[in-house]
Each structure stands twice: as C-alpha cells, then as structure tokens.
Design a protein. Structure first.
Length: 390
C-alpha cells in the first residue's frame, strides 16, 4: 500500500514539475513578446468606469493615480455608487477638489438590474460615458502615469477587442495589516495565479478571458459580445467578459503594464472566504482546466512522496528538483515580470502557500456557496443567487 501511494504521489509530483517547466517557458515567451515594444503615440479617447462601494484601504491613492495619467488623448473618469450615503462619495469630492482639470463625474446608480451590484452599476455608468473606448478596473487598483498610454496603445491593432493587464497584490508595509494571511494571498497572486495566466496564454494560443485589474474594450466589441447587461448574474464578470469578446471574433491582449491591488490585512476567516470565492469561481468558469489545477501544486505532492516512500533518497532528489523549479517560477514571474519585491521578502512562505492552495482546490468541490462583500451567494454555472448576509 505504501509503495502504491508513493508511486501515485510521485506521478502527481512529476505532473506538477512538468507544469512548472511550462510556466517558466510561458514567462519567457511573454517577456520576449513585449521586449523592445513601447507606446507609439496611438491614444484613443477613453471613458474610465469605476464602480464603488465603501472605502477600502489605500483606495484614495489608487483613485488619485488615475488622475495623474500622462496621456495625449482625452479621458474621463466616471464613478458609480448605489447611494449618496456611500462613504466613497466623500472621497470623490476630495478627488475633484484636488484635480479640477480632470473630467470626473459621480453617478448614482439607483437600479438593481441583477444579483451583481457591481455589474448593475456598470451597465448604468456605461450609458453615461462619452467615448467609444472604455476601461473598467476595481476601486483599489493603483496604476503608473503611463498606464493609459500602454493599455490603450494596444488598440492600434483593430483585431483587439479587449485589453487586460497583469497585477500584483500589495500588503501593508508593516503593522497589523501585514498578516501572514495577507502575505500568503499576495504571494499567491504573483507566484501562482499569474504564472497560471501566462501558461494558459501560451498553451491556448493567446488569452481568452479577462482580469478584473483592467478591462479595456471598445463599445462595438462589447455589444457584439452581448453587452454588460448579460453579465449581471455572474460572479466572475471579468472572466466572462473576456470569453464572450473572444468568441465574438476579437483578440484579447495581455498588456505588459503591471498594476497593483491592495490586499487587506486578512485574518484566517477573511483569507478563507476570499480564496474560496476565487477557487469556486474559477472552478465554474474553467471546469476542465480547474480539474487539472490540483496537479500544479508540486511542492505538497513532493513532500507527500518523501513521507510515503519512507524517506527514500530518490524522493529527496525529486523534492529538490521541485523546489528549484518552484522558486525559479516565483522569481521569473513575481520578480522578473511583475517587479514584486514582496516575493523576495516572503519566498520562505512558498511551501505554506502551495499547501493552502491545494487545500482550497480540494475543498472547492465540497460546496457551491461563496461570500462576497459580506453577503453569501450560491454559485451555479458561473451565476450567483443571493442566500443572505454572512
């Protein structure tokens, strides 16, 4: 029995090792594809849509970064809230006072068009936008001054219908906000999630989904893909938007402009809820690919092989190769592409991050509920129905 278990875990480890080699190749391919390219002056006018609910940590810094764009085209920023009682309203007033020259508008989206309040607001906001090109990203996203120039420059190719961007998670520099759970989430984004995105891009012949960090598109492509209103019941609206635009015959481009999202100072419960929402959302969106995701956690499988083999020498050799490949992927993507210095700080947490990732993958098959902004939803085939407050 022990020999059979050791053989099985060794096969899973080898599968994970193969994935890590693919991820390294994918990172190299992405880096080479964009090497030497830059903004060529193409700058279409664009409407930035930012739905808001409440005030997140470092949110104002992220909003402010969108007002500091060095961009030769015109742009406007539309903020949408469900009520003027929302605390975010005061932040927008502050932003308008600091940047009077930027076209900033606040919209109150009174209708609830579906289960997803975010998409419901986006539908109403889009109707008030001025330009053919529009860009959606989350409220806590922080960008560089050249963000719009690089993202919108991708639309010079008329085949491109949607542009998305890689991102990293930024934890608090110190204090209570820099919990081990926050550090594990940030580490997972840079060394697990983003390598997976790059690998999917390589083996599928391009990207066919979107990331919520940036969803830039043309209204024409969006309308041909069915529009935003068709997504009001979906949890992974960003993923679904990219899928539908790709199916409509357009290219989805992964721009090399890296943005930042804020990782809250999670406790264990917050970390669990967020990771489980992420896992079950991915499970419903990419069913076949998600089944194989468990193999990618090579480090826990390699440790299991060491134990199951009775600590045989060959199992330690396999573990060593896996650790080398895992660290190489973390450095190639997390540091080399994302320029995330936190990866070096938290590299020692990689085995724990991979173990928790494997646990989340296994447990994601045990139910269909997710927690999102304090509400509990049932998830079926990508669509969500409200169960109640958590």
């Amino acid at each position: 029995m022990a020999t059979a278990i050791a053989g099985m875990t060794a096969l899973l480890t080898l599968g994970g090792l193969g994935y890590l080699v693919l991820a390294l190749w994918a990172a190299r391919s992405f880096g080479r594809a964009w090497r030497g390219t830059g903004q060529d002056g193409y700058a279409p006018d664009v409407t930035i849509l930012k739905p808001l609910k409440g005030v997140d940590e470092r949110m104002y810094a992220g909003l402010r970064s969108h007002c500091l764009q060095v961009y030769s085209g015109r742009f406007e920023i539309l903020f949408g809230v469900s009520s003027l009682e929302d605390p975010a309203v005061a932040e927008i007033a502050r932003l308008r006072e600091e940047f009077p020259a930027v076209a900033i508008r606040l919209l109150v989206c009174t209708e609830r068009l579906g289960t997803s309040g975010k998409v419901s607001n986006l539908v109403q906001m889009l109707a008030s936008g001025t330009y053919e090109h529009c860009l959606v990203n989350d409220s806590d996203i922080a960008v560089t001054p050249g963000y719009l120039a690089r993202v919108m420059g991708c639309f010079r190719d008329e085949r491109v219908g949607l542009v998305t961007a890689p991102y990293l998670g930024r934890t608090a520099e110190s204090g209570r906000g820099r919990t081990v759970w926050a550090r594990l989430e940030a580490l997972g984004i840079s060394t697990d999630f983003m390598p997976g995105v790059l690998t999917a891009r390589m083996i599928e012949g391009g990207l066919h989904f979107g990331l919520g960090s940036t969803l830039a598109m043309t209204r024409t492509a969006l309308e041909k893909a069915g529009g935003l209103a068709a997504l009001v019941e979906y949890l992974a609206d960003d993923y679904e938007m990219g899928v539908r635009i790709a199916r409509a015959g357009y290219r989805v481009e992964l721009c090399p402009e890296v943005v930042e999202t804020t990782v809250p100072g999670y406790g264990l419960r917050g970390y669990w809820d967020h990771q489980m929402r992420w896992a079950r959302s991915t499970r419903d969106s990419r069913k076949l690919g998600y089944l194989g995701l468990g193999i990618t956690y090579a480090v826990p499988w390699a440790v299991a092989t060491v134990v199951a083999s009775g600590f045989e020498l060959w199992s330690f050799s396999l573990l060593s190769m896996v650790l080398l490949a895992r660290v190489s992927v973390a450095l190639a993507v997390g540091v080399g592409i994302l320029r995330d210095g936190q990866v070096l700080r938290d590299l020692w947490l990689l085995p724990l991050r991979d173990l928790t990732g494997l646990v989340f993958w296994m447990w994601s098959f045990a139910g269909d509920t997710v927690v999102w902004r304090g509400e509990r939803f049932r998830l079926r085939n990508g669509r969500i129905t409200l169960v109640g407050a958590d």
